[in-house]
Design a protein around this ligand. Sequence first.
Ligand SMILES: *Cc1c(COP(=O)(O)O)cnc(C)c1O
Length: 426
Amino acid sequence: MTAFATHRSDGVMLDQVAAIYGTPCYVYSQAALVERYQAFERALAGADARICFAVKANGNLGVLGVLADLGSGFDIVSVGELERVITAGGKPHKVVFSGVGKRRDELERALEVGVGCFNVESESELERLDRLAIDRGVRAPVSIRVNPDVDARTHPYIATGLRENKFGVDIERAEALYRRAATLNGIMITGVDCHIGSQLTELSPFADATERVIALIDRLAIEGIAIQHLDIGGGLGVCYEDEAPPSIADYVEVVRSAVADRDLKLVFEPGRVIAANAGVLLTHVDTLKPAATTDARSFAVVDAAINDLIRPALYDAWHAIDRVGQAGSNAVRASWDVVGPICETGDCLGTDRDLTLAEGDLLAVHSAGAYGAAMASNYNSRPRAPEIMLADGAMFEVRARESIADLMRGEKRLPPPDLGRFDRGC
Ligand SMILES: *Cc1c(COP(=O)(O)O)cnc(C)c1O
């Protein structure tokens, strides 16, 4: 079902990880990351292509380092992600910089280190980048993110390719913007880019988007604007429950065949499909509250919460939840709602899970390697969970658990107040 089912040696280690590092705890499989990355490489054999892992899916240095060592490029959306990539050993020239609101200091740093491409999302950003590049005496490599107006048929929060979304430039207007870009001395046009959404489980939106972008590239060629690369973004879905997303091979083939014999380098920005099923979130059952009556709900209160994994609360996402190892004594079989300790009714990791549980049992929340730790917060003053990478039968702590002191770092009390200033009432 998941990475940990295919990598058995990793699976048997989960209880050891929990014993050593405590819970909640993220666990990643190096083997699973490598396998997914290499599936892209195999599908792209013989093509001029670059795989740019979307750092926002999982920016842990250990994860980025594994991919950097395989030669991966990276898709970033902030200067923070850029610094992570550099620290992890990624090459700036293999970085594409996406994002609808890039600050001036972010553009400057990206120019300084020489990122491979700026995926520009507006006319205003183009002009700003042009001026900054001229000031530096360089030309910024640019692709314009076009919005091909295709319906990705995914959750509205993660659909990005419709005209009504905030992202990119309307494909109808893109030509005019390319003509403008061609006149700017600080800009070097290199590509066209799009990204239509996330967790796509069908090929047709990708095929439609690729076709529309290629039609634009052909029109630009007639005007004498040569495009060297086509960046199709990310968005390929994974199996969380019973989805049957296309394989990486079929997905890549759709793009390759649409490009046909055009001389275009291909760029992919996969995030979820690389990392989601390479990670689980481990959690212990803290307290069981079985239903008092037949129409009440049974709650398993666990030590992980929506501050660790917000996807169920934010996107109504479904994550498989399994018990790891044997159930404890007096285990109860029920249809459990697996909930965290946070003071929010929405703090729920999964509802109606048929599980046999005792307090103290260890659970694995699956498919948590993407948009899990990356979206974690400190809500309810909960320290962020550690992240552990399993590699060749060994455990590497790629992020230590936060301490309570970490949570208060940078905070201060006011100087003692002059209490006379306040009306202290009675
Ligand atoms: C989020 C994002 C990605 C990665 O999306 P996945 O669904 O995780 O593959 C790639 N490119 C851009 C521009 C993004 O915003």
